[in-house]
Each structure stands twice: as C-alpha cells, then as structure tokens.
Design a protein. Structure first.
Length: 82
C-alpha cells in the first residue's frame, strides 16, 4: 500500500468534526495552489439540523452577551497545532 493510499484510509476514518485541522495543515504545507483548489470546490449543501441551528443561535447569544471567547490561534495552541 502506498503512502497516499494509507493517508486516504486514515482520512476516511476521521469523523467530520476532526477534518478541519487536517485540511488546514495540508493547506499550509501545499502552498497557494492547494488553497486555490480548495476555494474552487463546490459549497457544502448538506442541510443543517435543528440541533445545529440551536447551537449556532446559542453561540450568537453568548457572543452578544459578551461571554469569553477563545481565539483561533489560542485554540490551535491548546490542540498542539502550532
């Protein structure tokens, strides 16, 4: 099995919730051409569930109330992503 095939298998096993950091890492390693490729992909058209909408509404309310937030950079540090 090639390294590329192993990578595909590992990606296929990851839950969707864990894919974003992987995509960000790959994009950071691949330069502008990869970023342009990502931008050219079709927009996700999966419907948002009622639970997801409720979570988004809750997050917006927390932001509006001035609840503390965590920056993207801080979260990456906490996750060990640099």
């Amino acid at each position: 099995m090639t390294t590329r095939e192993k990578a595909h298998l590992l990606l296929d096993k990851l839950p969707d919730s864990e894919l974003e950091p992987v995509v960000e890492f790959i994009a950071s390693r691949g330069g502008d051409s990869f970023a342009r490729w990502l931008d050219s992909r079709p927009v996700e058209d999966e419907e948002i569930s009622a639970d997801e909408i409720a979570a988004i509404d809750e997050a917006h309310a927390e932001l509006a109330a001035g609840e503390p937030t965590v920056s993207h950079e801080e979260m990456k540090r906490e996750l060990g992503l640099g």
